[in-house]
Design a protein around this ligand. Structure first.
Ligand code: ATP
Ligand code: MG
Length: 633
């Protein structure tokens, strides 16, 4: 949606709240539907039961591919930059992508896949990953993409939960200096998964793999078969708006992964709309999202959102720090990237390498920047703004979740006045509210509370796969008739929203509620502290005690002194009540790949219960857990 001024935003926002169904019907009209819907919305947040665009018939790939062929067949849809900068990059135009998706959709059909089947995709960040996703959608199957770094056990859990019958993988993949032995991990996982009848293996790394007769086939051989059949087009399967499009398991930073379910119609409408609106995408712009397609960000903002808008999306196989910390800037220069969408964790890590390496590259093509995953702290915001955006690129700090399908609270590029650290204002159509512990709405500005959404939006989750009650419990039962995000938030004097972190990250020390982030900020003020993570643990007297995990390179020289200093710092900044009862010095913290600290692991360690730490394979570096466990106090 093109919005040209802040006043216009306010006007459209107002309308979207007054007549939400009309608003979303107008947005939905901009997509290709085989048959228009009969009813825009039916909903209650009790069960919950949410249905958008009922009676509508579509296939999302027709909006993402077919409809661009007439006018934009030769526009690049996907630009792919490999892990190794000396390997050739690839460009797929809309026509080429369409053809490859149809071809692979036929491969899937030849291998017995049909509408409604669940297909697990475990692949490196190569264009064939996007092709597999779209081909699955084309035939009406449900994809469940599992991030290419997950362990055999996490894959097996996800395959079993979704009862997948087909797996698409590759012999191996590359990420930075690492080789990913994908096929061999799949072999280990499938020992536990009798539902899987077929494994399709793409050649990427040329690593020797074992192919199991009757189960495993090569991608390339199957494509050849389709070609010799005359390479017929693959008409898209007609789907109901509320048919399942995909399952995506959340990263698990808050417990057992949940299979978040998104449906065809609403998700299509929402991802395209939010992409076009927040970034104010203009035809011809090169848009680079550094996420992996294994996360919701890659689903919504590398594949579906940009493609439905006819955009050019750049996908990158590697990591920002390999072969060196200039890699992202090199890619920006090489492809004259206009929009760069990345994560605070990447920004902070690149900040650490200084600006000399940044200044070697020509970043003048950049016009808009974006961030997602966690709050973008002021320091990182300013560094990004000054050194990457050179002061003239709006930073679109997008707050959203796997469950929301797309951006919820976000500035609109060149429209919303920015405030560092703030996701700013809801996009038109999104109705956030803050509530207190009792679920009472907190009105007015300069307030903080728990962030909820009070009206449905088309991209919201419909259920958690195979367990609707879990969906109700997790998101709709804390506060009646509201979707609860799990995030704490403040709304400042201008009505701007600032996400403060998860509300379960609140300690109750002797009846005082203290945010873990607050304590961490105080600890981090100490000059020798690099980073810290704070959790609660059961304490006989206080109810909860404060346990701090602290990274401090100087601790070896004067551990006791540093500890005392930290206690003083916290006392001074928050008060003696927040003083950590225990401080454990560590060399690293358990972080998910999106940069979030997996507190449930630290909580368990702090509680002294290390027997079952749950799935740790989704961590960036699972080995830090052992070290922390060994040093537990
Ligand atoms: P799990 O739900 O399994 O714990 P997760 O919440 O880390 O995993 P995501 O859905 O990717 O998985 O992350 C959504 C969360 O990330 C939000 O609830 C919020 O806490 C945080 N977040 C995302 N974007 C922002 C942002 N721009 N500003 C602040 N926080 C953000
Ligand atoms: Mg979450």
């Amino acid at each position: 949606m093109k919005i040209s001024s802040f006043t216009e935003y306010q006007h459209i926002y107002q309308q979207s709240v007054e007549q939400p169904e009309q608003f979303w019907a107008d947005v939905a009209d901009q997509y290709y539907w085989r048959k228009k819907w009969d009813k825009t919305l039916e909903w209650n947040f009790k069960e919950p039961n949410i249905k958008w665009f009922q009676g509508g018939k579509l296939n999302i790939t027709e909006s993402c591919l077919d409809r661009h062929l007439e006018t934009n067949a030769d526009t690049p849809a996907i630009i792919w930059e490999p892990n190794d900068p000396t390997e050739a990059h690839r460009v797929l135009t809309y026509k080429q992508l369409h053809d490859k998706v149809c071809q692979f959709a036929n491969v899937l059909k030849n291998n017995g896949a049909k509408k409604g089947d669940r297909i697990c995709i475990y692949m490196p960040m190569v264009p064939e990953l996007a092709i597999a996703v779209l081909a699955s959608a084309r035939i009406g199957a449900v994809h469940s993409v599992v991030f290419g770094g997950f362990s055999a056990q996490s894959i097996a859990d996800r395959i079993k939960d979704a009862e997948c019958n087909i797996v698409i993988t590759a012999d191996g993949g590359f990420r930075g200096a690492k080789d990913l032995p994908l096929k061999s991990v799949i072999d280990d996982a499938l020992v536990q998964c009798p539902s899987v009848k077929r494994v399709i293996v793409l050649t990427r790394s040329h690593t020797p793999v074992s192919m199991i007769k009757g189960r495993d086939v090569w991608w390339e051989d199957e494509v050849k078969k389709v070609e010799t059949q005359g390479n017929p087009a693959c008409p898209a399967e007609e789907m109901d708006a509320e048919d399942m499009l995909f399952i995506l398991y959340t990263s698990g930073s808050t417990g057992k992964p949940k299979g978040v379910v998104h449906t065809c119609g609403g998700y299509m409408v929402y991802t395209g709309y939010t992409f076009a609106t927040a970034f104010q995408y203009e035809p011809g712009e090169v848009y680079f999202c550094t996420a992996d397609i294994g996360w919701i960000t890659g689903h919504s903002y590398i594949v579906y959102g940009p493609l439905s808008q006819g955009a050019t999306a750049l996908m990158f196989e590697g990591v920002p720090t390999w072969p060196d910390a200039g890699r992202l800037w090199d890619i920006v220069q090489k492809f004259k990237v206009n929009i760069l969408y990345t994560a605070p964790t990447a920004i902070r890590s690149l900040m650490g390498f200084g600006t000399d390496i940044v200044n070697k590259y020509d970043l003048s093509s950049l016009t808009k920047l974006g961030s997602v995953g966690e709050p973008l702290n002021e320091e990182a915001w300013h560094w990004f703004d000054e050194n990457i955006g050179h002061g003239h690129c709006p930073i679109v700090d997008t707050w959203w979740q796997t469950e929301t399908g797309g951006f919820m609270i976000s500035p609109i590029a060149n429209v919303t006045p920015l405030k560092p650290g703030y996701a700013s204002l809801p996009l038109p159509g999104v109705q956030p509210i803050l509530v207190d512990e009792n679920g009472q709405e907190i009105q007015g500005n300069n307030v903080s509370g728990n962030l909820c959404i009070k009206f449905p939006w088309p991209g919201m989750l419909r259920t958690t796969y195979g367990d609707h009650e879990r969906c109700r419990q997790t998101y709709f039962s804390t506060y009646p008739d509201l979707y609860f995000t799990g995030d704490g938030c403040l709304r400042d004097e201008d009505g701007y929203y600032r996400i403060t972190g998860r509300v379960d990250d609140v300690l109750n020390v002797s009846g005082h509620r203290i945010g873990t982030a607050e304590v961490e900020n105080a600890i981090n003020m100490h000059s020798s502290v690099v980073e810290s993570a704070v959790v609660g643990y059961p304490h006989e007297i206080k109810g909860q005690g404060v346990y701090a995990f602290v990274i401090s390179p100087e601790k070896h020289e004067s551990e006791e002194l540093t500890r005392k200093d930290i206690l003083m710092t916290v006392s001074r900044i928050i008060g003696p009540i927040a003083k950590p009862d225990k401080i454990q010095f560590v060399t690293g913290l358990p972080k998910t790949r999106s940069g979030k600290i997996m507190r449930r692991i630290l909580r368990k360690i702090a509680e002294g219960d290390t027997s079952n730490l749950g799935d740790t394979s989704t961590l960036l570096d699972p080995s830090v857990v052992d070290e922390i466990k060994d040093g537990a106090l």
